[in-house]
Ligand binder design. Structure first.
Ligand SMILES: Cc1cc2nc3c(=O)[nH]c(=O)nc-3n(C[C@H](O)[C@H](O)[C@H](O)COP(=O)(O)OP(=O)(O)OC[C@H]3O[C@@H](n4cnc5c(N)ncnc54)[C@H](O)[C@@H]3O)c2cc1C
Length: 416
């Protein structure tokens, strides 16, 4: 069933009797060519591209809860491709290009809004670093624009550029960055994958892998054994727990990241702003809420809720750059589990077990990566070769010292 304006009008005048569920609720089959573990954004995108681009039809996505219940439905919805390093920038730029055509590709309104992202600059050193990053972006075909304080004042008149504790000295803008309605991304990919024959099996937890003679032949689940030609794991914050079932210890730690949304306000913030003298980022949703967040909580956890010290830290960042936020009431806050890798960059790779593949280590930046991650993982699963933009995302980079460390922090997952 295709969605269109005409369809909405036809349904409106015929009593809305023609809508069908956006995806089926099938019983698991005994065997699939490909089983994807994890019905988050990355797992569902992988299924969509496997079916659409690589002609794979016997595919299942196995989700322990409900699709969209993980980080894909918990993030602050920011998309961008403003990375510095060669291993990352082409991949994230491919993702941004896929976002730009996503709604047509999926026939689904995901509210892709290229309202722009602005990284504020507060020191001369930071300006140098952002100019370098902007140049790297342009060299990789992305857009980047260095804005002066006057340019910023025109677009965001409420920002204190003069006598604030951290005066604003300019900014790096990516006008093609922006926001996307996060849970619509999960629903859109699910609907498209389902319409191409993929089985989306919810309320089905993977509890083990069946591995014999170094080959993975399927997954044990709470709904029985499901045989598979290949198994791809994309469970984000649960990566280390899941892969432990295959006796793998990952270069990943799980940490909580919290997000916040204020009561609905009149339009005040036209784009996404990040504060450069602390960790704080903010955008305004179409409903009017200011959506914001900051650092991870900094201790290892699998709990989808955070603690007060980081709430205070995020609010301090907000008040430093955005004092008027202090007058808005907080509507909701929540947490998600982040799969923090040792260098802050992801892994899309085969494992040492034949037929078992891994996608994870997205830290707190995996939402923007969803389309490229799905495409690259589908490419790897279908062809056994890494996609050209994801050749650096291998397990053995840690062994070989080929880190992709955007922040230059070293192997400190809680700092990336
Ligand atoms: C508060 C917050 C803010 C964020 N903000 C941004 C942002 O602005 N921009 C950005 O780019 N990124 C952001 N992120 C990061 C981004 O959301 C994640 O990196 C990304 O969503 C992870 O991929 P996913 O969507 O596949 O994960 P998930 O949606 O978490 O999917 C994984 C799924 O695997 C399932 N699962 C786990 N174990 C099993 C099992 N044993 N069997 C079956 N299923 C299993 C889970 O239930 C879950 O549904 C943010 C994250 C959080 C929490």
């Amino acid at each position: 069933m295709r969605y269109s304006g005409l369809k909405v009008i036809r349904e409106a005048v015929t009593g809305h009797k023609g809508w069908r569920p956006a995806w089926r609720d099938p019983e698991p089959a005994d065997y699939y060519d490909l089983v994807i573990v994890g019905g988050g954004g990355h797992g569902l995108a992988t299924a969509h591209y496997l079916a659409k681009e690589f002609g794979q039809a016997r595919v299942a996505v196995i989700e322990k809860g409900w699709i969209g219940g993980g980080n894909v439905g918990r993030n602050t919805t920011i998309i961008r491709s403003n990375y510095l390093l060669d291993g990352n920038e082409p991949f994230y730029e491919m993702s941004l290009k896929l976002w730009e055509g996503l709604e047509q590709d999926l026939n689904y309104n995901a509210m892709v809004s290229q309202r722009g992202i602005l990284n504020l600059i507060h020191s001369d050193n930071q300006r140098d670093a952002f100019i370098r990053r902007g140049n790297a972006m342009i060299l990789n075909g992305a857009d980047a624009d260095m804005l002066s304080t006057q340019d910023i004042k025109k677009r965001y008149p409420f920002l204190n550029t003069q006598d604030a504790r951290f005066p604003i000295k300019g900014g790096l803008a990516q006008h093609r960055g922006g926001t996307v309605r996060h849970d619509a991304v999960a629903w859109g990919y699910a609907r498209s994958a389902d319409s191409r024959g993929v089985d989306i099996i919810q309320n089905c937890e993977v509890t083990g892998f069946r591995i014999a003679n170094g080959v993975c032949t399927g997954v044990e689940t709470t709904r029985g054994f499901i045989g598979a030609g290949k198994v791809g794991c994309a469970v984000a914050g649960n990566s280390s727990r899941l892969m432990r079932l295959a006796n793998m210890r990952l270069p990943i730690e799980s940490h909580v990241l919290q997000a916040f949304v204020s009561e609905g306000l009149k339009p005040v913030l036209p784009g996404v702003i990040t504060f450069g003298a602390g960790h704080f980022y903010c955008s305004q949703s179409d409903k009017g809420g200011l959506v914001f967040g900051g650092d991870i909580d900094g201790y290892n956890s699998y709990a989808q809720r955070g603690n007060l010290p980081v709430v205070e830290d995020v609010c301090e960042g907000a008040m430093a750059i955005f004092p008027m936020l202090g007058r808005a009431r907080l509507l909701r806050m929540w947490g998600g589990i982040m799969d923090m890798s040792m260098d802050g960059s992801p892994i899309i790779d085969k494992t040492h077990i034949d037929g078992l593949y891994f996608n994870g280590g997205w830290c707190y930046g995996g939402f923007k990566a969803t389309p490229a991650s799905g495409f690259a993982f589908a490419h790897l699963l279908a062809t056994d070769r890494p996609h050209e933009t994801a050749t650096a995302y291998r397990f053995d980079r840690f062994e070989q010292g080929r880190m992709i460390d955007e922040k230059g922090m070293g192997n400190q997952p809680n700092l990336h």
